[in-house]
Design a protein around this ligand. Structure first.
Ligand code: BDP
Length: 699
């Protein structure tokens, strides 16, 4: 007995000794939500304001996280002309008032106030300076490319957040389901909280390559259980649907959008969703693209398909987000296709249809020209789609802060005259981002990639914010406010996207990956029998004369899809921005660039600069060691080191491969290749669309 007690004592002591490390080990799971409040606040609802689940969250956040002893009052303002989610922060001698026409707006105001405190900006809020904010986009939506089997297409942060097997089925009665897996429930709630803190108000739960199964009664009841968790945080649930569902799931022998049975099937399906999810947002549809079914399978058009779904959703105020990511094999220029397919349909879509258009006309490359379709339709609602997950920018291994890319996009949209950009469907604005979130403990795989989730929310709310202020906010809240850390790391993040462009695809080069994984360089990739528009050579077009895709008026005429002044600017090689020169032109190897050097020399120097910069990132990060917990320090260190190695891999692969065409000498001050081209050309990363490669799978 005594011995037994002694053993228990030893075990307990050991357990206690281990407790601090297990309890306090940093794992990145807290994201940017690391408040250190003093809990001295008094939070009250203004007279007559009824509490709600959303307001309880707001009060709880302020109560536990605000440092200060003034009274904070939540107040509802009259709707007036304001958008429902807009809010005002006011400070008086008596305290702080957070006012909005909606509960969600008061919640956003609470997170804004906490952010000001966390980032040392409270002095901005004085009695004479209330802070008023109103969303630029009404729908700020994440697109999860999550499959019902738990995999995430182009996801590099583990498996899906939604463990469908463990999610309870909401009863038809509408009563909230009981979660047995409370850890999962808590995780989904944390997801909602993180989104609300950056004003993301919507989410598509599943992959655009949607399985008909997603619309089964069981899955809808489970989606309803998720919606119940997200709702108090101001988030609405949407689903991606497979256009063939009436056939694939419903047992009909067709999915023809004009067939009365099909129309009825969708109407009943939609009604059944709204019974369980009264604030359901609507459908996202990828149709007639990359093998997915669509109305064209039945000789119908995008309009027929989208409007049929829109009519089923309209009585419930739901919407259809219909994607414009379409391209057919054998086309002259993939970049032309969305415009060619959709422009003739302009003005024919229902009011509750939005055409969802990727930022560029190809596919989320490190740098693309803006999709010409976004400038062009005048009577159709359109929304941009960004990719937050880093399919083409180094997965969750490379650090690539994407806000500068998105700002560049917003900036380009402002270049044509306002009259050329007029669109009569501008009363409701939407923006989508393909999520980089998975079940990894730190949500995004790479701790710094959390910045891209954060930045998407901040920019979707307010496109005027600068990338730099967003980076600073993120770093201060997520790591430390010490300027010794924040200044160099802000500079690193700000530079990271351009660095990635330089070592991967400078000067407008694009899509020179192997098919499939989209990670490392394979400009030579050309398995026999492949679709030409899935091969790098279709895009880079390197030959003995030069390199680049001629999209001018003498080539594929893609430049003609742009309004002025972009059309002329892009069409002329001498005015085309050099960072897009090979996007729009097949330029001679000896073409003289602004710096007086040839195109070939510039290409070599871009790869060199990119690789050297990636190497510097490692050094900067090493200097950050004193300011970062060891867990996140180590987990980023190997990533930065791998990024630098990959940058040299890109450098060597591309310079040596393209030199076979240019036949020009490599400038003497370019770092000598450390990889051999013939070996690289025999090397293939095992293809996996669902995971980042493992370091040992890379050269
Ligand atoms: C490409 C991805 C593919 C997606 C497709 C899409 O490689 O996995 O399904 O886009 O957006 O970027 O539909």
């Amino acid at each position: 007995m005594a011995r037994h007690n002694f053993r228990t004592f030893i075990l307990w002591t050991l357990a206690l000794l281990m407790l601090p490390t297990t309890m306090w080990a940093e794992n990145g799971s807290d994201l940017w939500l690391r408040y250190k409040g003093q809990q001295t606040t008094q939070v009250v609802l203004s007279k007559g304001l009824k509490s709600s689940p959303t307001l309880r969250i707001a009060m709880n956040e302020l109560n536990s996280n605000w440092t200060g002893n003034e009274t904070i009052t939540l107040q509802r303002t009259a709707h007036g002309g304001d958008k429902p989610e807009s809010f005002t922060l006011t400070r008086t001698a008596q305290g702080i008032t957070l006012a909005s026409p909606s509960d969600a707006g008061m919640l956003y105001a609470s997170y804004t106030l906490l952010r000001l405190q966390q980032t040392g900006q409270l002095s901005r809020l004085t009695p004479n300076n209330p802070i008023c904010e109103s969303p630029q986009n009404d729908v700020r939506i994440l697109n999860h490319w999550d499959n019902p089997n738990g995999t995430v297409e182009r996801g590099y942060a583990g498996s899906s957040l939604w463990k469908w097997d463990a999610i309870p089925v909401k009863a038809k009665s509408g009563k909230q389901a009981k979660w047995n897996d409370t850890a999962l429930q808590a995780r989904i709630e944390q997801y909602a909280r993180a989104n609300a803190s950056v004003c993301i108000n919507a989410t598509v739960l599943n992959n655009v390559n949607a399985k008909p199964l997603m619309l089964s009664a069981d899955m809808i009841c489970k989606a309803a259980s998720i919606a119940d968790i997200l709702r108090p945080y101001g988030m609405r649930v949407y689903l991606a649907v497979n256009f063939g569902s009436p056939h694939g799931l419903g047992g009909l022998d067709t999915a023809d959008p004009l067939n009365p049975e099909v129309i009825k099937w969708w109407k009943n399906k939609v009604d059944s969703i709204y019974q369980l999810i009264p604030d359901f947002g609507g459908f996202l549809v990828k149709a007639n693209s990359e093998g997915e079914p669509g109305p064209m399978d039945y000789g119908r058009t995008h309009v027929d398909g989208a409007n049929m779904l829109a009519d089923a959703l309209a009585p419930h105020k739901g919407i259809v987000m219909w994607r414009a990511f379409v391209y057919a094999p054998g086309s002259k220029d993939r970049a032309n296709q969305a415009y060619e397919e959709f422009m003739p349909l302009d003005g024919k879509f229902r009011d509750n249809v939005t055409i969802q258009i990727k930022n560029g006309p190809i596919d989320f490359q490190p740098r693309e020209a803006v999709s010409p379709l976004l400038f062009s339709m005048k009577h159709t609602r359109m929304m941009p789609e960004f990719q937050i997950t880093q399919e083409y920018t180094g997965h969750s291994i490379h650090t690539c802060y994407l806000a500068p890319m998105w700002k560049e996009f917003f900036h380009t949209l402002q270049i044509p005259a306002a009259s050329d950009m007029a669109n009569d469907k501008n009363d409701m604005r939407l923006i989508a981002g393909v999520a980089n979130i998975g079940d990894d403990i730190n949500w995004c795989g790479n701790d710094l990639a959390q910045a891209n989730w954060y930045a998407f929310g901040r920019l979707a709310w307010n496109e005027q914010l600068t990338s730099e202020e967003i980076a600073r906010e993120f770093l201060m809240q997520t790591f430390t406010a010490d300027p010794q850390f924040v200044d160099p790391m802000t500079a690193l993040l700000m530079h990271s996207r351009e660095t990635v462009v330089s070592y991967m695809m400078p000067l407008g080069l694009h899509h020179i990956f192997a098919g499939g994984h989209h990670y490392g360089p394979e400009p030579w990739y050309a398995p026999r029998g492949s679709r030409e528009d899935w091969l790098p050579r279709y895009y880079h077009r390197a030959d003995s004369l030069g390199i680049g895709f001629d999209r001018t008026s003498k080539g594929s005429r893609n430049t003609q899809q742009y309004p002025e002044p972009l059309r002329s600017l892009y069409d002329n090689i001498n005015t085309c921005p050099e960072n897009l020169i090979l996007w729009f032109h097949h330029a001679s190897w000896d073409y003289l660039m602004q710096d007086g050097l040839t195109l070939w020399q510039n290409l070599c120097y871009k790869y060199e600069t990119g690789a050297r910069e990636a190497e510097q990132f490692v050094e900067v990060w090493q200097q950050m060691k004193p300011y970062v917990d060891s867990e996140r320090y180590e987990s980023m260190l190997w990533r930065f080191q791998r990024q630098a190695r990959d940058a040299w891999w890109w450098h060597d692969a591309c310079i040596l491969y393209f030199q076979q065409f240019s036949q020009r000498p490599i400038p003497a001050d370019i770092t000598a290749p450390r990889f051999q081209l013939d070996k690289l050309m025999k090397f293939h990363i095992p293809i996996d669309n669902y995971r980042a490669p493992k370091p040992e799978q890379l050269p």
